[in-house]
Design a protein around this ligand. Structure first.
Ligand code: PGA
Length: 249
């Protein structure tokens, strides 16, 4: 089955607007001639409107790095789905391990965010992944099962089939340590099985790998059967590296 492939830039808290504008001015000159790959940029909230304007004439799309699970109200510092849609944002990353570990987001909060995104017709990029202690203790599959089960609990399966799942082993994010191709192959297959057990159309859902993806390892990771693209942090801050990864997908 041919699933959509994704090349997603998670710029985290790195680029100011002028940095992002400089990047995209160079990106505009790149030929994106693979219609099967969706390229998505996820800048900071403050840059969404300006970047939406830049991407208007591009085939690349806009994503946000977070969202809140209520639609409106007294939630100081939070951003709603309606606000993201007003900024022409279509994709939203939820469940990123930095938000789980640094900001204390729980599986239940991620479930509520997923519910809100599906209710408001935004496309979720749901991140899951185990810590190094969990992997060493042989708990990887159980952790992924728990994260996916809680996130998807009681949600409409036809809406859930529109999400993208990003497998990001916590120990590989920003560390330069990539999971081996064997680990990625085995874990992506397990994730597809879990999606099937949950009652989803597992063959339709793209599963991305994230964690120190680089221009040097993209080709071997991309060749793995159940890898449908990448969520890229560090290497997405460099136009040439990001474009090289796109070309290896
Ligand atoms: P990295 O980040 O590519 O810098 O490891 C990936 C991510 O956190 O999404």
């Amino acid at each position: 089955m041919s699933r959509t492939r994704y090349c997603i830039a998670n710029w985290k808290m790195n680029f100011t607007l002028s940095d992002a504008e400089g990047f995209l001015a160079e990106w505009e000159n790149k030929t994106l001639n693979n219609p099967h790959i969706k390229t998505i940029f996820c800048p900071s909230f403050t840059e969404l409107f300006a970047i939406a304007d830049i991407l208007k004439t591009s085939s690349s799309q806009l994503g946000a790095q977070n969202v809140f699970y209520e639609s409106t109200g007294a939630f100081t510092g939070e951003i709603s789905c309606a606000m993201l849609k007003e900024a022409a944002c279509r994709w939203v990353i939820i469940g990123h391990s930095e938000r789980r570990s640094v900001l204390g987001e729980t599986d239940d909060m991620i479930h509520q965010k997923l519910h809100q995104l599906l209710t408001e017709d935004l496309f979720p990029i749901l991140c899951i992944g185990e810590s190094i202690d969990e992997r060493n203790a042989g708990q990887t599959k159980a952790v992924l099962e728990r994260q996916l089960n809680i996130a998807c609990e009681n949600l409409d399966s036809s809406s859930l089939n529109k999400m993208v799942v990003a497998y990001e082993p916590v120990w590989a994010i920003g560390t330069g340590k990539t999971a081996t191709t064997e680990m990625v192959a085995e874990t992506h297959e397990e994730i597809r099985n879990i999606l099937s057990i949950i009652g989803l159309n597992e063959d339709a859902i793209s599963i991305l790998y994230g964690g120190s993806v680089s221009a040097d390892n993209a080709e071997s990771l991309s060749a793995i059967e159940n890898v449908d693209g990448f969520l890229i942090g560090g290497a997405s801050l460099d136009v040439e590296k990001f474009y090289s990864i796109y070309n290896q997908l």
